[in-house]
Design a protein around this ligand. Structure first.
Ligand code: HEC
Ligand code: HEC
Ligand code: HEC
Ligand code: HEC
Length: 358
């Protein structure tokens, strides 16, 4: 009798565990794809059951129809256009409509332009932020092609129809420790953090590397390196950042590294070089554009330590190794790249000379 009860209990426990695991979507079998020389274990694993949701989240909205680029410039026609002055009036209107759909699909123009006020007014903070974002977007597409290639980015790459992008980060003070003191201190780690794919590695892997230029490389050929900074804590910092790379891009370590020799560049995949440029880019975007906006944002948008929301790899990538599966929305919005040179006006002398020969 007791045995029977125990058996039923065992079956129930197994069933529940099965149901819980099935709910994760991470159950086997998984697909694998070879990404390096055979025998080097350089394989990427993907789960076909998770893939469908990722694909849906990374679908690209249809582009607005193209419009004429001739006629007077927005900078001449409008009163307070500081970034997009080189566009035609039609191109300018198309960009305004596109950014409304990408950033504030419900509120549309009113998210950045206060009702009943001139469109030239900068009274809403959202407009001031959006202007800086326009500059940032152009900077990425013009100066960071080592990372984004010709694919480039638009506001949609990060925003995906939301005013606040899905993946942003703040400096993380960590959970309040019970008791306090040395015994209660977590030393910035030892609590599963989503930033590091639920490992107990340091829960703020971003401030040291994507804001400050902290050292990521620590492999050394000396048993006792003179540089005392190459310690276990530093190694955990590097690994925490690497967990974010893998999670943010939806890849394994071997997408970039040969795990036989993590530090070796000659044995790594070319994607690791792209990633290196990505680190420099993310750091630059945070320091050049987001940090200077700190006082522009209302307090409700700032983090627990009063810092501004910042960019990491996931902000653009959102679980895919090329954001939006490598589809270039920028190709349909070249206005978000290099400013157009003003139409060549014949110099006064040439015009006179041309008239004289008529
Ligand atoms: C996400 C914020 C945002 C949204 C949404 C938005 N705008 Fe703008 N708008 C701006 C920014 C930023 C500028 C200034 C651009 C610059 O300095 O180059 C601007 C400038 C303008 C100007 C020029 C006004 C002047 O005289 O200086 C017009 C016109 C305009 N927007 C119309 C619209 C319309 C129409 C919509 C809705 C379809 C819209 N905007 C939606 C941010 C936005
Ligand atoms: C590299 C990623 C990235 C790109 C590209 C990007 N943004 Fe942002 N944007 C951010 C981050 C991060 C924030 C800060 C989040 C917050 O508002 O708290 C932000 C905030 C904003 C806000 C303020 C929203 C609010 O409610 O506080 C506006 C408006 C905005 N962006 C407009 C744009 C526009 C327009 C473009 C394209 C020209 C653009 N962004 C491109 C990352 C990006
Ligand atoms: C998207 C590419 C990418 C992925 C995925 C990735 N890494 Fe890295 N890794 C890099 C880059 C780039 C560097 C070098 C950064 C630098 O030099 O500034 C690096 C550096 C390292 C280093 C330091 C090497 C040295 O010179 O001391 C280690 C260790 C490391 N990664 C381990 C891992 C582990 C473990 C994983 C998986 C959890 C991983 N990486 C995933 C790109 C990647
Ligand atoms: C501003 C948006 C943005 C940010 C932030 C960003 N990336 Fe990218 N990344 C892109 C785009 C766009 C591409 C696609 C380029 C292409 O088409 O080849 C890309 C491509 C890559 C690739 C090449 C993938 C492949 O299949 O060849 C790697 C690796 C990569 N990014 C790593 C990173 C890492 C690591 C970070 C954070 C340190 C990062 N990215 C941050 C936009 C971004």
């Amino acid at each position: 009798m007791i045995n029977n009860k125990q058996n039923i209990l065992t079956v129930l426990v197994c069933l529940c565990a099965g149901l819980i695991l099935a709910g994760c979507g991470e159950r086997p079998p998984v697909d694998s794809q070879q990404v390096g020389y055979r025998g080097t274990a350089m394989v990427n694993f993907t789960n076909p059951r998770v893939e469908a949701a990722t694909e849906a989240a990374n679908a690209v909205p249809a582009a607005l129809p193209a419009v004429p680029g001739d006629g007077p410039r927005a900078g001449e026609v409008y009163q307070n256009v500081q970034v997009l002055g080189d566009l035609s009036v039609a191109e300018f209107a198309r960009v305004m409509l596109a950014i409304s759909n990408w950033v504030a699909p419900e509120q549309q123009c009113a998210y950045c332009h206060a009702d009943g006020e001139s469109l030239a007014s900068d009274s809403l903070y959202t407009k001031v932020v959006a202007r800086k974002m326009l500059e940032m977007n152009r900077d990425i597409n013009v100066n960071w092609t080592a990372h984004v290639q010709q694919t480039g980015v638009t506001c949609y790459t990060c925003h995906r129809g939301k005013a606040v992008p899905e993946s942003i980060w703040f400096a993380d003070p960590g959970p309040v420790t019970a008791g306090g003191g040395v015994a209660g201190s977590r030393m910035g780690q030892n609590t599963p953090a989503t930033a590091t794919a639920l490992t107990s590695l340091p829960y703020d892997p971003f401030t040291p590397y994507l804001l400050d230029a902290g050292p990521i490389r620590l492999a050394t050929d000396q048993a006792l390196p003179a540089d005392n900074d190459l310690n276990v804590k530093a190694a955990e910092g590097t690994y925490a950042l690497m967990m974010h790379f893998s999670d943010g891009l939806g890849v394994n370590c071997t997408f970039c590294h040969n795990s036989r020799a993590f530090a070796s560049w000659s044995e790594s995949n070319p994607q690791r070089v792209t990633a290196w440029h990505g680190i420099q880019m993310a750091r630059s975007l945070n320091n050049e554009y987001l940090v200077p906006l700190t006082s522009t944002f209302p307090a409700s948008r700032l983090g627990p330590l009063g810092d501004v929301a910042k960019v990491n790899c996931q902000t653009c990538h959102q679980g895919v190794s090329k954001p939006l599966y490598g589809v270039s929305m920028f190709a349909d919005y070249p206005e978000l790249g290099a400013p157009k040179a003003p139409a060549a006006q014949p110099a006064e002398g040439e015009a006179v000379a041309a008239a004289a020969t008529d």
